[in-house]
Design a protein around this ligand. Structure first.
Ligand code: FAD
Length: 398
């Protein structure tokens, strides 16, 4: 087993695997070290072998044809032709113990009166609550948008920076607008990790990172000392702060205060025949114990249906979560065919985040160490890959 690499990436979510892909494509020997036993991080197509391999997404579920960096990776891997269009099913609200249409929470006259402000109201430097109440109206924000945004980022949305939520990006029109894969989005991390030039080691506890004249010495309990000329940290901010070695104190100080939101995800699978519920993309919860539920109905299966409920942390115990989710779906708990619990985490960005990133970037300037993740530009997979691409260009040349 070689312990000498051009590039070591720590973290095997899409940020880290993207960083590994970009360096491997430059012909650099690349090693990915992942602490858990599974690659993919927040991309997690939960597969139930006992249910004929039925899967449902426990984390990220949709990619769009505006995901240019992701599509470039899929092109490299020959996967673009294999994307599966998502069937169009709608979201509903879950409010006061009932499913309701999204439109039931809309105040149309207020929206019509406010929307022209979208052309001049600045987004940069404003919170989600402040910006979206301005461009859609206060009541629309309070009754609808607030809950829709919370459903997306699985955490309270009011104080989130508006600029980190949605950005217009060019679309690749020859690719379907919203897509997945026949075996779910875990197809992507699996294909990146399987290519030549990338070695992935899971279950790795990083014990030390020491800067050396020509790179870094990374020590893990399982692999011993590994040398690399370049290193990329692709882990949540708190983990990155803990891993940054001596000489990177300014970088550590810049990111030390960035928080993470915990999400308790419950995945439930049922036999199709047991459910009366019409096909739906998911539910946006209004003031409930869960933020959102995402179904697998976008890629229908003949025999099973799956749902991922993203619960607020510490509100319901596991048993109560199951009871609540079954009540929402309208089915008895005795009909559950498969279930799983997953802990997801997403960054809890706040105003002034861009300044922290600028401070980090200036501390990293000229160094052989990159830092990437879903906590730079925004939380989408494409936002994460945009950062991985720019860090890769910085470390290895554009
Ligand atoms: C419920 C949910 C739904 C979402 N839906 C969408 C969607 O539809 N579309 C979209 O574009 N995005 C979506 N996202 C966001 C997107 O999936 C994530 O932001 C993205 O996948 C995060 O990738 P990442 O690599 O930055 O972080 P992560 O996926 O968190 O990966 C970080 C990795 O680092 C590892 N790690 C942590 N600490 C260490 C350490 N010390 N040593 C080694 N390894 C370590 C972790 O185990 C993990 O594997 C969703 C996210 C969630 C949670």
């Amino acid at each position: 087993m070689s312990n000498d690499f051009d590039h070591i990436v720590i973290g095997a979510g899409i940020s880290g695997l993207g960083a590994a892909h970009f360096s491997a494509r430059r012909g650099l020997g690349t090693l990915v070290l992942e602490s858990s036993e599974r690659i993919g991080g927040c991309i997690n197509s939960q597969r139930f072998e006992t249910l004929s391999g039925f899967w449902t997404e426990a984390g990220g579920h949709t990619c769009f044809n505006s995901y240019g960096n992701l599509l470039s990776i899929l092109d490299d891997l020959g996967l673009t032709s294999q994307v599966q269009a998502k069937v169009k099913v709608g979201y509903s609200l879950w409010k006061d113990g009932q499913r309701r249409s999204i439109l039931s929470a809309l105040h149309p006259w207020e929206a019509i009166g406010s929307i022209p402000r979208i052309f001049w109201a600045p987004k940069a430097g404003r919170s989600v609550a402040d910006y979206y109440a301005t461009v859609f109206g206060r009541r629309n924000y309070r009754d609808l948008l607030r809950h829709a945004f919370q459903a997306v980022i699985c955490q309270p949305a009011d104080d989130y920076p508006a600029a980190a939520l949605f950005r217009r990006k060019p679309r690749r029109k020859e690719v379907v607008k919203a897509f997945t894969f026949a075996e779910g989005l875990s197809t992507i991390p699996a294909a990146i990790a399987a290519q030549e030039g990338i070695q992935v080691r899971t279950g790795q506890g990083i014990e030390a990172i020491e800067p050396q004249e020509d790179g870094f010495r990374v020590v893990t309990q399982e692999s011993g000392a590994i040398h690399c000329t370049h290193l990329t940290l692709a882990v949540p901010p708190n983990a990155a702060a803990a891993l940054l070695p001596t000489g990177f104190e300014e970088a550590r100080a810049a990111i030390a205060g960035i928080g993470m939101a915990e999400i308790e995800t419950l995945v439930l699978v049922f036999h199709t025949a047991d459910l009366d519920l019409l096909p739906l993309a998911g539910l946006i919860a209004v003031e409930d114990a869960f933020y959102s539920a995402v179904s697998r109905d976008f890629l229908p299966d003949e025999t099973h249906r799956g749902f991922a409920f993203h619960f607020r942390p510490g509100v319901l115990d596991p048993e109560a979560q199951v009871t609540h989710a079954c009540k929402v779906i309208g089915v008895g708990t005795d009909r559950i065919a498969g279930q799983a619990w997953i802990r997801n985490r997403l960054p809890a960005l706040r105003q002034g985040h861009e300044d922290l990133v600028r401070r980090l970037d200036s501390a990293l300037f000229g160094k052989r160490l990159g830092v990437t993740g879903n906590w730079f530009i925004g939380v989408s997979m494409e936002d994460a890959l945009t950062r991985s691409r720019s860090e890769s260009d910085r470390l290895f040349g554009a």
